[in-house]
Ligand binder design. Sequence first.
Ligand code: KIV
Ligand code: NA
Length: 278
Amino acid sequence: PKKMSTTRMKAMKAKGEPISMMTAYDYPSAKLAEEAGVDVILVGDSLGNVVAGHESTLPVTLDDMIYHTKAVTRAVTVPLVVSDMPFMTYHGSIDATLAGVGRLMREGLAKAVKLEGGAEIAPTVEAIVKAGVPVMGHIGLTPQSVYQIGGYKVQGKNSASARKLLDDAKALEQAGAFAVVLELVTDELSQQITKELAIPTIGIGAGPHCDGQVLVFHDLLQYASPVVPKKFVKTYANIGDAIRNGIAQYVKEVKSRSFPAQEHTFHADLEIAGHLYG
Ligand code: KIV
Ligand code: NA
């Protein structure tokens, strides 16, 4: 398969070909994602929740993102790897922002970065794009602002907030973003935004009319995701149960001394055994 690129994603939108995106945070999950045909891998700062066990994405650092992005980019060749800029790493000076983006690209080997926010971060998006780095936007429910928003609530339900989100999406496109994630917004709004933008929309909890969909690895595979079940998630496997059952069997066999068996056991050469015990 051909390598995924930001230009190919725009072409997919033009052709009406859906874009599949999923998060991955380490080498094995990224490798499996590539083998399964995922178009875009997001090293999401949701790793703060699903990997590190925090209650939000706020504690995630740029160093965390670089570490996980390195592991993911070592594993894949075809999918486009997009990496999240974490909380408060793109709200100071443009110089500081570009330094962080530079580290994610140079050390993590990401191919693009994702930033949360709309019109208010458009100048920042423009500066990053001018520096040659593709930017994915992210509007709607933006988890880095969860304490300002006041919870994980559906966005754009009334006409004023829908209007604002449409303007935000357009501002991001204008600033040079190559795609935009729509998180927890109504079907009506995501349909409107998808129609009015030339760049692809990638939905999560945003209905079926986006140009692509994204889900969190741990959610779609039921990998002990600490968050309560969400209406917008469909689970396609239950690897949490598979892992728990496997580990429980291992523990049982250690306790009953049925593991290790002879086939897992090494023996000395006869002469050495003779020397040791003879
Ligand atoms: O961090 C993440 O997983 C995300 C997706 C939910 C879009 O930002
Ligand atoms: Na994120």
